[in-house]
Design a binder for this molecule. Sequence first.
Ligand code: ADP
Length: 464
Amino acid sequence: MKKKNTVLLLGITSILILISVQVFIIIGVWNQKSEMFSLRYTLRSQEAMGFIRRRLPSDGFDTVRLLLGSYSEKANRQIHAIKDSKELVSVKKDVFDYFTKVINQEQYLSTLLSAYFDRRGYEKNFKYTIVINNLEMIANDTIVVYHNDNFPYRRPSDRGSLPVTQMVTQNKIVVTWFNEEDNNYRCNFDYFIDFSDKQKMILKETSASLGLSSLSIILVGVMFMITFRNLMEEKRLSNLKTDFINNMTHELKTPLSTITVAGKTLEMVQIRTNEEKILETAKLIGKQSVHLNQLINMILEISMWERTQFQLDKRTVDIEEFMSDVVESFKSGGGNGALITQKYKFTGTKVDLDDVYFTTLVNNLLSNAVKYSDKKSEIDIEGFTSENKICIAFTDNGIGINKNDQKHIFDKFYRASTGNIHKFKGLGLGLYYVKKIAEAHGGDVTVSSRPGRGSTFTVTIPNI
Ligand code: ADP
């Protein structure tokens, strides 16, 4: 258990480290691609601006200039007449809003830029943002300054010295800046663009490395799970073998010690004169030898099945008659006083079966039903045909089997946890034997059980 937890912990830790490293790398690649994207489009926009300025008659702000020029003249007259400082604040805001509105609505630089990008085969769908940094209204030599508090004012002369990469703020690309001025106003603003499809485009570029790293994580995870499962399976098998050796030693020791004691008894002088005692002891030796022989045969037979195919010697039998005979001989052989009821709906159904093996199958199920019970055993046997199969269900009122054990009870050497302590003797081979025999007949055996309530084993084999 400790080893299992350590392996699990180590595996999970290394996978987590691997995932963190991959995530780290992916974030790095993503940031790099994103930076490269911004840089690329900054250069492309500068190239576009160069083209627009050199080759086109307009930079896209002609209408803006016209409208602002006539507006600021009127606005300055109004500002000049204001005496109240509160009113000035409100007028300042109106002026600033008007400038923002006109610059945004009347510019057509975006159209020029988009057309340029389109011609060059670049991405042409972008959003633009225009931020006014500073606005000064010049009214009769009085300069009224309007700052944009959200954006730190930079003097126009600072602009040229800024490296391109620094212009990239909040994922937006600075395309250009404008200093507009006439006798009435001075205004400078920045023009940004950003691409709504940027993430998608970067994802496309990084998809190969992203896919490969996810695949490598998945592969490592799957490999770890397989290795861990194999390790656990190996451990389970080795535990089963150890349990089997312990159980077998225990099983073989019981008849052997009885035979040893019986032999010693026969040596005693007072017994040798008592014929009745001699007969009784000889019978005991005979019975224990048969039991010992059965155990050894069972082990030998199973090891033989591992090497060769199951050889069945089939003959056609009337299943109802066959079952009644086997159950009767089980009862007469002891059956530990179990109350066995049989209900068959066969009406002369015939099946091909190996009577020796099939008798063993039935006996194993019946003796388990008796063995794994803590009260007087009641066993109901029901038989019926379904499609082209016959089904025989053995229901007992025993201790039942929990869900987890139900998955394994047909495995070789498996004993449910209560069976491993020697309260119930056994080698964990009975049901393995039952399953093998049912399968060799082209059928199967299944179990349904509720702990404390009892179990039902259903054997199905094809009929003819
Ligand atoms: P064994 O009886 O030698 O242990 P089996 O292969 O016959 O081996 O059974 C495997 C396990 O299945 C048993 O250890 C027991 O826990 C459980 N089992 C089998 N039959 C029954 C039953 N009728 N009721 C409850 N438990 C059963």
